[in-house]
Design a protein around this ligand. Structure first.
Ligand SMILES: *Cc1c(COP(=O)(O)O)cnc(C)c1O
Length: 420
């Protein structure tokens, strides 16, 4: 299905480049016709898309507003200041740098504020839900710094704060970083801040995943507790692809230098326009309602899956995402992800804590509610989605089940079209 906004754009692209236009059209159809349950994805508004697709892509503006290395920056100075003001106001932060191209570069900038190469950073284990940019050896964060990790308690599968404290006392990190990609529970920011304080570490929170929940008041804010907070703008925040750093005023100059010239060249002004539009939207009451519905919908999905015999890591969720442990069913993440793909339901395979399977075919799948909630689905639809996912998981190679699920998934998509 192609609705007017997309049709007009596709026609314009197609007039110059039919090959790319055909790929964009096919991807739009895929997005329209599938249930997107990858928790790091969302559906940006038409206004955000238009801002990102604007002529601001023509402009160079290395530096910060009022202190650029290029002429002709009056208008983009106003834009970047506006975006910064909106970020500060929305999150109650003293300073915002809105230039990071993604969450990973925001994190690298964050470490550079507090660390020299070779210093120790303490973050969550990738296998327990952490992120590559929290010190994985294959990421620059792990190449530049001595990375040490903490994880979850094997019994509760929730963060083991005593272990965090013991590790911190043992390794005396410069930075304690908290935040995760595959952890379904709310973190105790006050406790983590106290641990950082006890060992003289800076406390950095990476709220890449839950920034939108914080913006909408559906999740506690790390901002009052942390020295510095990083986020992405394309996940629950519903903005364009990008990152951001929030910090106390005392760190502002160092943050700005770490982003540029530290890790990046010129800012993506078109992305900053999209970020500003997305932040503005969070001023509307409907967005607080959205954030609450994301959490309620993830809860409904969790209950539905659990009632149908799927084991959830940590027993459930407080947020927008959940992890299913497939080991009790004798299945692996790859097979389930592929089977769901075939019926129009998109999830991603994911390691679960203490997973002994390979990274490439781990023992879990990760699901989330942000994108389907943006499409207007509620708890009734989530119960149906749980039913569909469970049917596929329990009947992996059953063609009749697959056909029935595919039709019902498609009907849900048709009833909740994308806004393009
Ligand atoms: C998504 C994510 C990031 C950033 O990822 P990019 O792909 O670089 O934008 C950083 N930290 C966490 C915890 C994430 O989930």
């Amino acid at each position: 299905m192609t609705v007017p906004l997309a049709a007009e754009r596709l026609a314009r692209i197609g007039a110059e480049d039919p090959e790319v236009a055909a790929i964009l059209a096919a991807e739009l159809r895929r997005q329209q016709d599938t249930l997107e349950l990858i928790p790091s994805e969302n559906v940006a508004s038409p206004a955000v898309l238009d801002a990102v697709g604007s002529w601001l892509t023509n402009k160079y503006a290395e530096g910060t507003p009022g202190r650029r290395y290029y002429g002709g920056c009056e208008e983009v100075d106003r834009l970047e200041r506006l975006c910064q003001e909106r970020a500060r106001a929305l999150f109650g932060a003293e300073h915002a740098n809105v230039q990071p191209h993604c969450g990973s570069s925001a994190n690298l900038a964050a470490y550079a504020v507090f660390c020299q190469p070779g210093d120790t950073i303490l973050g969550m284990d990738l296998g327990h839900g952490g992120h590559l940019s929290h010190g994985s050896p294959v990421n620059f964060s792990g190449m530049l710094y001595r990375a040490v990790h903490y994880g979850v308690d094997p019994a509760t599968e929730q963060l083991d704060y005593d272990q965090v404290q013991a590790r911190a006392l043992e390794v005396r990190p410069r930075v304690l970083v908290a935040g995760a990609s595959a952890y379904p529970r709310i973190l105790d920011f006050a406790r983590l801040a106290a641990i950082a304080n006890e060992v003289g570490a800076a406390f950095v929170v990476d709220m890449a995943h839950f920034a939108g929940l914080v913006a909408g008041g559906a999740h506690p804010s790390p901002v009052p507790h942390a020295d510095l907070v990083t986020l992405t703008t394309h996940k629950t925040l519903r903005g364009p692809w990008g990152g951001m750093v929030l910090c106390r005023a005392a760190h502002a100059a160092k943050v700005d230098k770490a982003v540029f010239p530290g890790y990046q060249g010129g800012p993506l002004l078109h992305a900053i326009a999209g970020k500003a539009v997305a932040l503005h939207a969070w001023g509307q009451p409907a967005m607080a309602d959205y954030a609450q519905r994301v959490v309620a919908n993830a809860g409904a999905l969790a209950r539905g899956l659990s009632d149908r015999g799927l084991r959830l890591v940590s027993g459930g969720t407080d947020t927008h995402l959940l992890l299913v442990d497939l080991r009790p069913l004798g299945l692996t993440g790859r097979a389930v992800q592929d089977a769901l793909d075939r019926v129009g339901i998109t999830v991603n395979r994911n390691a679960i804590p203490f997973d002994e399977a390979s990274r490439f075919n781990p023992s879990g799948i990760r699901l989330g509610s942000p994108a389907v909630t943006t499409r207007g689905m509620g708890e009734a639809e989530m119960a149906e989605i749980a039913d569909l996912v469970a049917a596929v998981v329990h009947h992996l190679d059953d063609a009749d089940v697959a056909a029935r699920v595919r039709a019902r998934a498609r009907a849900l998509c048709d009833a909740h079209p994308l806004p393009y």
